[in-house]
Design a binder for this molecule. Sequence first.
Ligand code: MG
Length: 380
Amino acid sequence: MLAVYACTPDRSRGRRHPESPAPTRDDFQRDRDRIVHSTAFRRLVYKTQVFLNHEGDLFRTRLTHSIEVAQVARSIARRLRLNEDLTEALALAHDVGHTPFGHAGQDMLDACMRASDPASSGFEHNFQSLRVVDSLEERYGAFDGLNLCFETREGILKHCSRRNAEWLERSEPGGVGHRFIARKQPSLEAQLCNIADEIAYNAHDVDDGVRSGLISFEEVCGVELVSRFRTQALAEHSGLHGRRLLFETMRRMLSAQIYDVIESSEDLIAQSKPQDVDHVRELPRLIRRSPTMEPLHLELKTFLRDRLYRHSQVVQTTDRAKHIVATLFACYVDRPSEMPPSYSDKPRRLRAVADYIAGMTDRFAMREFERLTGTVAFGA
Ligand code: MG
Protein backbone atom coordinates (compact mmCIF):
# COMPACT_ATOMS: atom_id res chain seq x y z
CA MET A 1 0.00 0.00 0.00
CA LEU A 2 1.46 3.32 -1.08
CA ALA A 3 1.31 6.40 1.12
CA VAL A 4 -0.87 9.37 0.08
CA TYR A 5 2.28 11.38 -0.62
CA ALA A 6 3.73 8.77 -3.01
CA CYS A 7 3.62 9.12 -6.79
CA THR A 8 1.11 6.78 -8.38
CA PRO A 9 0.80 5.94 -12.07
CA ASP A 10 -2.94 6.65 -12.12
CA ARG A 11 -2.34 10.23 -10.94
CA SER A 12 0.66 10.75 -13.25
CA ARG A 13 0.87 13.96 -15.22
CA GLY A 14 1.39 11.68 -18.20
CA ARG A 15 3.66 11.36 -21.19
CA ARG A 16 4.47 14.04 -23.75
CA HIS A 17 3.10 11.76 -26.49
CA PRO A 18 0.00 9.95 -25.23
CA GLU A 19 0.19 6.15 -25.41
CA SER A 20 -2.32 3.45 -24.65
CA PRO A 21 -1.66 1.59 -21.39
CA ALA A 22 0.37 -1.63 -21.39
CA PRO A 23 -1.70 -4.76 -20.64
CA THR A 24 0.31 -6.02 -17.67
CA ARG A 25 2.53 -3.20 -16.41
CA ASP A 26 1.77 0.24 -15.01
CA ASP A 27 3.38 3.38 -16.41
CA PHE A 28 6.28 3.58 -13.93
CA GLN A 29 7.16 -0.10 -14.41
CA ARG A 30 7.10 0.60 -18.11
CA ASP A 31 9.42 3.61 -17.71
CA ARG A 32 11.89 1.53 -15.71
CA ASP A 33 11.84 -1.16 -18.40
CA ARG A 34 12.38 1.41 -21.15
CA ILE A 35 15.44 2.68 -19.28
CA VAL A 36 16.85 -0.82 -18.83
CA HIS A 37 16.46 -1.50 -22.57
CA SER A 38 17.94 1.85 -23.66
CA THR A 39 21.29 2.16 -25.40
CA ALA A 40 22.42 4.88 -22.97
CA PHE A 41 21.86 2.52 -20.02
CA ARG A 42 23.93 -0.26 -21.60
CA ARG A 43 26.78 2.18 -22.25
CA LEU A 44 27.10 2.85 -18.50
CA VAL A 45 29.00 -0.41 -18.15
CA TYR A 46 31.97 1.15 -19.95
CA LYS A 47 31.79 4.57 -18.32
CA THR A 48 34.00 5.65 -15.45
CA GLN A 49 32.78 6.25 -11.95
CA VAL A 50 36.12 7.16 -10.32
CA PHE A 51 38.60 4.66 -11.74
CA LEU A 52 38.86 4.23 -15.47
CA ASN A 53 37.41 1.06 -16.86
CA HIS A 54 40.76 -0.35 -17.97
CA GLU A 55 42.36 0.13 -14.55
CA GLY A 56 40.77 -2.98 -13.06
CA ASP A 57 37.83 -5.33 -13.54
CA LEU A 58 36.38 -4.95 -10.04
CA PHE A 59 36.06 -1.19 -9.77
CA ARG A 60 32.58 0.32 -9.96
CA THR A 61 31.45 1.58 -13.31
CA ARG A 62 28.49 3.89 -13.81
CA LEU A 63 26.37 0.78 -14.38
CA THR A 64 27.23 -1.03 -11.15
CA HIS A 65 27.02 2.31 -9.31
CA SER A 66 23.49 2.85 -10.67
CA ILE A 67 22.44 -0.65 -9.59
CA GLU A 68 23.78 0.01 -6.07
CA VAL A 69 21.92 3.34 -5.95
CA ALA A 70 18.74 1.49 -6.96
CA GLN A 71 19.28 -1.03 -4.16
CA VAL A 72 19.70 1.68 -1.50
CA ALA A 73 16.83 3.78 -2.87
CA ARG A 74 14.40 0.86 -3.11
CA SER A 75 15.02 -0.24 0.46
CA ILE A 76 14.18 3.25 1.69
CA ALA A 77 11.23 3.66 -0.70
CA ARG A 78 9.52 0.48 0.43
CA ARG A 79 9.75 1.43 4.07
CA LEU A 80 8.44 4.97 3.46
CA ARG A 81 5.67 3.50 1.25
CA LEU A 82 6.89 5.43 -1.78
CA ASN A 83 6.60 4.17 -5.33
CA GLU A 84 9.34 1.57 -5.72
CA ASP A 85 9.07 1.25 -9.49
CA LEU A 86 9.46 4.98 -10.02
CA THR A 87 12.31 5.06 -7.50
CA GLU A 88 14.08 2.26 -9.34
CA ALA A 89 13.54 3.95 -12.70
CA LEU A 90 15.07 7.18 -11.37
CA ALA A 91 18.05 5.43 -9.78
CA LEU A 92 18.83 3.44 -12.93
CA ALA A 93 18.51 6.52 -15.15
CA HIS A 94 20.20 9.10 -12.93
CA ASP A 95 23.59 8.93 -14.66
CA VAL A 96 22.65 8.22 -18.29
CA GLY A 97 23.77 11.71 -19.33
CA HIS A 98 27.29 11.25 -18.03
CA THR A 99 30.22 11.70 -20.38
CA PRO A 100 33.07 9.21 -20.64
CA PHE A 101 35.79 9.59 -17.95
CA GLY A 102 33.50 10.74 -15.14
CA HIS A 103 33.44 14.33 -13.93
CA ALA A 104 36.67 15.18 -15.72
CA GLY A 105 35.01 14.48 -19.06
CA GLN A 106 31.97 16.53 -18.17
CA ASP A 107 33.99 19.53 -16.96
CA MET A 108 36.08 19.55 -20.11
CA LEU A 109 33.07 19.21 -22.40
CA ASP A 110 31.45 22.13 -20.58
CA ALA A 111 34.63 24.21 -20.93
CA CYS A 112 34.91 23.36 -24.66
CA MET A 113 31.30 24.35 -25.33
CA ARG A 114 31.69 27.69 -23.55
CA ALA A 115 35.05 28.46 -25.16
CA SER A 116 33.72 27.76 -28.66
CA ASP A 117 30.60 29.85 -28.19
CA PRO A 118 30.36 32.35 -25.34
CA ALA A 119 26.57 32.32 -25.75
CA SER A 120 26.43 28.54 -25.20
CA SER A 121 24.70 27.11 -22.15
CA GLY A 122 27.62 24.68 -21.81
CA PHE A 123 27.23 21.07 -20.78
CA GLU A 124 25.43 19.78 -17.67
CA HIS A 125 25.20 16.04 -17.12
CA ASN A 126 21.78 16.20 -15.43
CA PHE A 127 20.34 18.18 -18.28
CA GLN A 128 22.01 15.75 -20.68
CA SER A 129 20.29 12.82 -18.91
CA LEU A 130 16.97 14.49 -19.72
CA ARG A 131 18.09 15.08 -23.33
CA VAL A 132 18.91 11.36 -23.59
CA VAL A 133 15.47 10.20 -22.46
CA ASP A 134 13.59 13.05 -24.20
CA SER A 135 15.29 13.10 -27.57
CA LEU A 136 18.60 11.29 -28.11
CA GLU A 137 17.45 7.67 -27.75
CA GLU A 138 16.22 6.44 -31.12
CA ARG A 139 14.02 3.41 -30.55
CA TYR A 140 10.43 4.30 -31.37
CA GLY A 141 8.62 4.98 -34.59
CA ALA A 142 6.31 7.67 -33.25
CA PHE A 143 8.66 9.85 -31.21
CA ASP A 144 12.26 10.64 -30.31
CA GLY A 145 13.53 9.56 -26.90
CA LEU A 146 11.79 7.18 -24.52
CA ASN A 147 8.63 9.24 -23.94
CA LEU A 148 8.78 8.80 -20.16
CA CYS A 149 6.18 10.02 -17.67
CA PHE A 150 6.41 13.52 -16.21
CA GLU A 151 7.38 12.14 -12.76
CA THR A 152 10.26 10.13 -14.21
CA ARG A 153 11.55 13.12 -16.21
CA GLU A 154 11.11 15.37 -13.16
CA GLY A 155 13.31 13.07 -11.07
CA ILE A 156 15.94 12.60 -13.77
CA LEU A 157 16.47 16.36 -13.95
CA LYS A 158 18.17 16.55 -10.57
CA HIS A 159 19.84 19.92 -11.05
CA CYS A 160 19.35 22.51 -13.75
CA SER A 161 20.80 25.95 -14.40
CA ARG A 162 18.39 28.87 -14.48
CA ARG A 163 19.12 29.29 -18.15
CA ASN A 164 18.33 25.69 -19.09
CA ALA A 165 15.25 25.79 -16.85
CA GLU A 166 13.97 28.85 -18.74
CA TRP A 167 14.67 27.13 -22.05
CA LEU A 168 12.64 24.11 -20.88
CA GLU A 169 9.88 26.36 -19.58
CA ARG A 170 9.47 27.98 -23.01
CA SER A 171 8.95 24.65 -24.77
CA GLU A 172 7.01 23.03 -21.91
CA PRO A 173 5.30 25.65 -19.68
CA GLY A 174 4.86 24.43 -16.10
CA GLY A 175 6.90 21.34 -17.00
CA VAL A 176 10.03 19.79 -15.56
CA GLY A 177 12.03 23.04 -15.67
CA HIS A 178 9.47 24.96 -13.65
CA ARG A 179 10.58 23.95 -10.16
CA PHE A 180 14.06 25.39 -10.69
CA ILE A 181 12.49 28.77 -11.41
CA ALA A 182 9.77 28.55 -8.74
CA ARG A 183 12.24 26.98 -6.25
CA LYS A 184 10.08 23.99 -5.45
CA GLN A 185 10.93 20.39 -4.57
CA PRO A 186 10.46 17.31 -6.73
CA SER A 187 8.58 14.18 -5.59
CA LEU A 188 9.83 12.24 -2.56
CA GLU A 189 10.95 9.45 -4.89
CA ALA A 190 13.25 11.96 -6.62
CA GLN A 191 14.50 13.43 -3.33
CA LEU A 192 15.26 9.92 -2.20
CA CYS A 193 17.39 9.06 -5.24
CA ASN A 194 19.70 12.01 -4.59
CA ILE A 195 20.44 10.82 -1.08
CA ALA A 196 20.73 7.17 -2.17
CA ASP A 197 23.31 8.28 -4.75
CA GLU A 198 25.48 9.84 -2.02
CA ILE A 199 25.09 6.90 0.36
CA ALA A 200 26.06 4.47 -2.39
CA TYR A 201 29.12 6.31 -3.71
CA ASN A 202 30.55 7.15 -0.30
CA ALA A 203 30.56 3.45 0.57
CA HIS A 204 31.72 2.06 -2.76
CA ASP A 205 34.40 4.69 -3.24
CA VAL A 206 35.95 3.65 0.09
CA ASP A 207 35.91 0.06 -1.17
CA ASP A 208 37.34 0.94 -4.59
CA GLY A 209 39.84 3.38 -3.08
CA VAL A 210 41.23 0.72 -0.76
CA ARG A 211 41.19 -1.86 -3.56
CA SER A 212 43.22 0.52 -5.74
CA GLY A 213 45.86 0.91 -3.03
CA LEU A 214 45.64 4.71 -3.26
CA ILE A 215 44.20 4.90 0.26
CA SER A 216 44.53 2.37 3.06
CA PHE A 217 41.72 1.09 5.24
CA GLU A 218 43.68 2.34 8.29
CA GLU A 219 43.66 5.85 6.80
CA VAL A 220 39.88 5.75 6.18
CA CYS A 221 39.42 4.67 9.79
CA GLY A 222 40.42 8.19 10.76
CA VAL A 223 36.87 9.03 9.65
CA GLU A 224 34.40 8.68 12.52
CA LEU A 225 31.64 7.00 10.51
CA VAL A 226 34.01 4.28 9.31
CA SER A 227 35.85 3.72 12.58
CA ARG A 228 32.57 3.40 14.48
CA PHE A 229 31.38 0.47 12.37
CA ARG A 230 34.84 -1.10 12.21
CA THR A 231 34.78 -1.23 16.01
CA GLN A 232 31.31 -2.85 15.88
CA ALA A 233 32.45 -5.38 13.29
CA LEU A 234 35.50 -6.30 15.40
CA ALA A 235 33.37 -6.60 18.54
CA GLU A 236 31.27 -9.19 16.73
CA HIS A 237 34.10 -10.97 14.91
CA SER A 238 37.31 -10.62 16.91
CA GLY A 239 40.46 -10.92 14.86
CA LEU A 240 38.70 -10.19 11.58
CA HIS A 241 40.99 -8.39 9.13
CA GLY A 242 41.61 -7.48 5.51
CA ARG A 243 38.78 -7.31 2.99
CA ARG A 244 36.31 -9.14 5.23
CA LEU A 245 36.75 -6.51 7.91
CA LEU A 246 36.30 -3.80 5.29
CA PHE A 247 33.08 -5.41 4.00
CA GLU A 248 31.68 -5.99 7.49
CA THR A 249 32.39 -2.32 8.24
CA MET A 250 30.88 -1.02 4.98
CA ARG A 251 27.68 -3.03 5.25
CA ARG A 252 27.07 -1.74 8.77
CA MET A 253 27.79 1.78 7.61
CA LEU A 254 25.38 1.44 4.67
CA SER A 255 22.59 0.03 6.83
CA ALA A 256 23.02 2.71 9.50
CA GLN A 257 22.75 5.47 6.91
CA ILE A 258 19.69 3.87 5.33
CA TYR A 259 17.96 3.51 8.73
CA ASP A 260 18.92 7.09 9.56
CA VAL A 261 17.31 8.48 6.38
CA ILE A 262 14.20 6.39 7.01
CA GLU A 263 13.79 7.58 10.59
CA SER A 264 14.60 11.18 9.96
CA SER A 265 12.34 11.37 6.88
CA GLU A 266 9.49 9.59 8.71
CA ASP A 267 9.69 12.32 11.37
CA LEU A 268 9.68 15.14 8.84
CA ILE A 269 6.79 13.56 6.94
CA ALA A 270 4.83 13.12 10.19
CA GLN A 271 5.39 16.79 11.06
CA SER A 272 4.35 18.29 7.74
CA LYS A 273 1.72 15.69 6.78
CA PRO A 274 1.87 16.03 2.98
CA GLN A 275 -1.52 15.23 1.49
CA ASP A 276 -0.32 14.29 -1.98
CA VAL A 277 2.65 14.73 -4.28
CA ASP A 278 1.64 18.27 -5.28
CA HIS A 279 1.71 19.19 -1.61
CA VAL A 280 5.18 17.55 -1.34
CA ARG A 281 6.41 19.85 -4.12
CA GLU A 282 5.41 22.94 -2.09
CA LEU A 283 7.06 21.80 1.15
CA PRO A 284 10.75 21.93 2.11
CA ARG A 285 12.82 18.81 1.36
CA LEU A 286 11.47 15.93 3.46
CA ILE A 287 13.92 13.15 2.64
CA ARG A 288 16.91 13.99 4.78
CA ARG A 289 19.64 12.62 6.97
CA SER A 290 19.33 13.35 10.69
CA PRO A 291 21.27 16.31 12.11
CA THR A 292 23.58 13.75 13.81
CA MET A 293 24.32 11.87 10.61
CA GLU A 294 24.82 14.93 8.39
CA PRO A 295 28.27 15.99 9.75
CA LEU A 296 29.46 12.35 9.76
CA HIS A 297 28.45 12.02 6.13
CA LEU A 298 30.22 15.28 5.27
CA GLU A 299 33.41 14.18 7.02
CA LEU A 300 33.56 11.03 4.88
CA LYS A 301 32.70 12.94 1.72
CA THR A 302 35.47 15.47 2.40
CA PHE A 303 37.95 12.69 3.14
CA LEU A 304 37.18 11.04 -0.20
CA ARG A 305 37.46 14.33 -2.07
CA ASP A 306 40.82 15.27 -0.55
CA ARG A 307 42.46 11.86 -0.37
CA LEU A 308 41.00 9.93 -3.27
CA TYR A 309 39.44 12.14 -5.97
CA ARG A 310 42.35 14.60 -5.66
CA HIS A 311 45.02 11.91 -5.30
CA SER A 312 47.92 12.71 -7.66
CA GLN A 313 47.48 9.41 -9.52
CA VAL A 314 43.75 9.99 -10.04
CA VAL A 315 44.43 13.57 -11.15
CA GLN A 316 47.06 12.37 -13.62
CA THR A 317 44.50 10.07 -15.26
CA THR A 318 41.76 12.68 -15.24
CA ASP A 319 44.08 15.27 -16.80
CA ARG A 320 44.77 12.84 -19.61
CA ALA A 321 41.03 12.16 -19.93
CA LYS A 322 40.39 15.91 -20.23
CA HIS A 323 42.98 16.12 -22.99
CA ILE A 324 41.24 13.29 -24.86
CA VAL A 325 37.83 14.99 -24.62
CA ALA A 326 39.23 18.40 -25.66
CA THR A 327 41.04 16.83 -28.62
CA LEU A 328 37.94 14.95 -29.77
CA PHE A 329 35.85 18.10 -29.46
CA ALA A 330 38.27 20.16 -31.58
CA CYS A 331 38.52 17.40 -34.23
CA TYR A 332 34.77 16.97 -34.67
CA VAL A 333 34.05 20.71 -34.72
CA ASP A 334 36.70 21.06 -37.39
CA ARG A 335 35.73 17.97 -39.37
CA PRO A 336 32.11 17.02 -38.60
CA SER A 337 32.31 14.29 -41.27
CA GLU A 338 34.41 12.28 -38.78
CA MET A 339 31.13 11.75 -36.87
CA PRO A 340 28.31 9.48 -38.08
CA PRO A 341 25.80 11.29 -40.38
CA SER A 342 23.12 11.24 -37.66
CA TYR A 343 25.35 13.74 -35.78
CA SER A 344 27.20 15.54 -38.60
CA ASP A 345 23.89 16.38 -40.31
CA LYS A 346 22.43 18.11 -37.25
CA PRO A 347 21.96 21.89 -37.57
CA ARG A 348 23.48 22.88 -34.21
CA ARG A 349 27.05 21.71 -34.75
CA LEU A 350 28.49 22.33 -31.27
CA ARG A 351 25.54 20.65 -29.55
CA ALA A 352 25.79 17.70 -31.95
CA VAL A 353 29.49 17.30 -31.10
CA ALA A 354 28.72 17.48 -27.37
CA ASP A 355 25.93 14.90 -27.74
CA TYR A 356 28.21 12.59 -29.70
CA ILE A 357 31.09 12.80 -27.21
CA ALA A 358 28.79 12.58 -24.17
CA GLY A 359 27.31 9.35 -25.47
CA MET A 360 30.71 7.66 -25.83
CA THR A 361 32.01 4.99 -23.51
CA ASP A 362 35.54 5.46 -22.13
CA ARG A 363 37.02 2.92 -24.47
CA PHE A 364 35.21 4.21 -27.55
CA ALA A 365 36.51 7.71 -26.77
CA MET A 366 40.02 6.25 -26.44
CA ARG A 367 39.72 4.42 -29.76
CA GLU A 368 38.45 7.55 -31.49
CA PHE A 369 41.31 9.58 -30.02
CA GLU A 370 43.81 7.03 -31.34
CA ARG A 371 42.14 6.93 -34.76
CA LEU A 372 42.07 10.71 -35.11
CA THR A 373 45.49 11.56 -33.67
CA GLY A 374 47.57 8.42 -34.28
CA THR A 375 48.78 8.57 -30.66
CA VAL A 376 47.92 6.28 -27.75
CA ALA A 377 45.20 7.52 -25.39
CA PHE A 378 46.82 6.28 -22.19
CA GLY A 379 50.53 5.45 -22.23
CA ALA A 380 51.97 2.56 -20.24
MG1 MG B 1 25.44 8.86 -9.41
